[in-house]
Design a protein around this ligand. Sequence first.
Ligand code: KG4
Ligand code: ZN
Length: 342
Amino acid sequence: METVLGIESSCDETAAALVTSGRVILAQRIASQDDAHRPYGGVVPEIAARAHAERLAPLIAATLADAGMTLSDVDAIAATAGPGLIGGVMVGLVTGKALAMAGDKPLIAINHLEGHALSPRLADASLEFPYLLLLVSGGHCQLLLVEGVGRYRRLATTIDDALGEAFDKTAKMLGLGYPGGPAVERLAAEGDARKVPLPRPLLGSAEPHFSFAGLKSAVLRAKEAGQHADADIAASFQQAAIDCVVDRTRRAIGAAGDVDALVVAGGVAANRTIRAALERLAGEHGMRFVAPPLSLCTDNAAMIAWAGIERLGQSDSLDFAARPRWPLDAAAEPVRGAGVKA
Ligand code: KG4
Ligand code: ZN
């Protein structure tokens, strides 16, 4: 049985976890920076980097103590090396390198997106490759064919905003504060999704991609018109977003060929209404539906440690450079209008 120490610091969660090859999370700690960023309505990279630098080392020490372990009990160090906010990524990666050096352990540099992509296999031992993955987070919105560890074929991505970003911006427009996704979901539960007519960009389109910018602008117009209850706007937004996600995923199921599991991961996968819609879609196609528990959806270090378990035997060089952009499928064509998002 092997144990990997995972380190995550690519956005606004400072996290450490110890995970075994037997899929047991021995200990994990997450320090959220929500309070530090709330006054600004979003993540401020410089504040995030400083907070990671202050908190990460004691957090790792506490995680080891929780499991009654020391560095010598660990078989490898897995640290997020990108993509993400570069200051935070550097803090986590450099810490991982230092521990690897001090403990004479292999360093495994993990792609944060791979952490999300493989996280369903930590929770569900029966999930085998290949599977169709909807990866939806604050910075990414992709459909991927996951053929194996390190083997990802991107079928679709967003040409403008990520889904989590659309939730966060909607939250901001409705004055719900930060972080926005869970707040929109809560308010939507009190609203009527049929009250506010909103567009569903690219619905039914022959091209595979996602688009949420037009929906976001329509939410702003609906809010400014002042005729609708915020809860109805939230519910109508969430439903429009889900209709788009289901339509695009249905198209990908057709394109993916012989795949029997539909999997969702990333922060937005914590949304219960989205999970339910995808579960129905999977059922319609005779596919299994797999979604990690909510705590494994939003950023955490257990998924990074698990990706390290999946990559055990690999050892990255101590001069591995942090990568602000690091696509899972390097061969995928850039898409029109995709802007700066990796
Ligand atoms: O994966 P994650 O924790 O961080 C990134 O790698 O981006 O995803 C964070 C995103 C945020 O945009 C957040 O608003 C969204 O996931 N999110 C949700 C929910 N929980 C988190 N969106 C909709 N409903 C939720 N319950
Ligand atoms: Zn993430």
